[in-house]
Design a protein around this ligand. Structure first.
Ligand code: CP3
Length: 349
């Protein structure tokens, strides 16, 4: 592979510069993405068009010069493949026509065979690998079981996900059954993505921060742990937004990279996670609204705080839709021109 920085870094190897990519880079910001997106009025259908998905996956590599591609898809393809269809409503987000409320609902859910129900993602991965022609690695992904549980029980996005959390308190055994079924589906799915060509995988626990530390330990960590232990083919990243309290636990888990949001201090995180793992993140996505000089300054400050090695530069969450592409490019180029050999001579010996 021409640029395998991200893979080497994720494996904990010493690198000559810090690799960089952005969560949600495929979609949202590029006019070139919107042009492809406009051909498909319906997001759910768009995701199933493997050729279009591969095309928009490669766009950020060509246009922004990032060190990795992330497959264009959504975490919600798993609930759909398990038997819960969704629609994506403009300005509202995902909406499920039915939700999971009782044992019969959980019973009805399938553990899908990826080749049968999610073949379009696997095909998009294969097409993307061809189009990338070994320029940069391709990241596969899935939602973490608790985040998927939130959508399946709540039926839509929410500030509090109180309907979903209610099940944790009123019917914990049922919640565990559902979480286990999601976990089994996710393991098969991620393995199929790897089989199709994904070079690394990331698990997004976007709603981790709505749980108490105790609930997170009970309803989220054991399932992420199962996923990490089931997958040893490629490096794995766990990103649990808002779960500042889980960093020590991730340090002990069988993952390679721990993603940090922008509220988590890099040095403190390093102490909690330990010296072995790679850290990913964590510039505030809003920092990209600033002018170029400030973006450069904030990015360099972040890079210095992480210390040059065992760090994958990224934002602390997905890039926002109204960020100008040239501001994203400024972030990417600042990382790529940061000389770790000069700044941290001891780290490159
Ligand atoms: O990184 C990438 O760009 C790859 C593609 C990707 C999408 N969704 C495409 C998408 C990825 C990695 C995701 C993950 C995802 N989806 C997460 C976890 C990451 C995070 O941001 O926390 C979550 C929680 C979802 C669920 C989801 N999908 C929501 C809440 C929404 C609506 C609001 C939004 O984010 O735009 C989506 C829609 C969605 N997923 C869009 C895209 C490009 C926008 C839909 C459109 O183009 O109409």
């Amino acid at each position: 592979m021409k640029n395998d920085l991200l893979i080497r870094c994720a494996k904990g190897e010493q690198v000559e510069r810090v690799p960089v990519w952005l969560m949600r880079q495929a979609g949202r910001i590029l006019p070139e993405y919107r042009a492809v997106r406009a051909k498909f009025p319906n997001f759910v259908e768009f995701v199933k068009q493997s050729e279009a998905a591969a095309e928009v996956t490669v766009q950020p590599v060509d246009i922004l010069g990032v060190d990795a591609a992330i497959i264009f898809s959504d975490i919600l393809v798993i609930p759909e493949a398990m038997g819960l269809p969704y629609t994506m409503v403009e300005k509202k987000g995902p909406v499920f026509s039915s939700t999971i409320q009782n044992a019969a609902d959980v019973e009805r859910l399938q553990i899908p065979i990826p080749e049968e129900k999610l073949g379009y993602v696997l095909e998009a991965i294969q097409l993307t690998k061809q189009a990338l022609a070994d320029r940069v690695p391709l990241i596969g992904f899935a939602g973490a079981p608790f985040t998927i549980f939130c959508y399946m029980v709540e039926g839509s996005g929410s500030k509090t996900f109180s309907k979903a959390k209610k099940m944790l308190y009123q019917a914990p055994a049922l919640a565990h059954q559902l979480l286990q079924k999601i976990t089994d589906s996710t393991i098969h799915y991620l393995k199929a993505q790897i089989g199709a060509g994904a070079d690394l995988i990331q698990v997004f626990d976007s709603w981790a921060g709505i749980l108490s530390p105790q609930s997170y330990a009970t309803f989220a960590l054991p399932y992420i742990k199962q996923i990490c232990e089931a997958i040893d083919e490629v490096p794995k990243t766990v990103f649990a937004k808002g779960a500042y309290f889980a960093r020590e636990a991730f340090g002990k888990m069988a993952c390679d990279v721990v993603g940090l949001d922008w509220t988590m201090n890099p040095q403190e995180s390093r102490k909690l996670v330990g010296t072995q793992k790679v850290l990913q993140g964590n510039l505030d996505p809003c920092a990209l609204y600033a002018d170029f000089k400030d973006i450069e300054q904030q990015t360099v400050q972040m890079l210095e705080a992480f210390g040059g090695q065992k760090h994958i530069a990224n934002l602390g969450h997905g890039v926002y839709p109204d960020i100008q592409p040239d501001h994203v490019k400024c972030f990417v180029e600042t990382v790529q021109s940061f000389e770790i050999a000069d700044r941290f001579p001891a780290s490159t010996n």
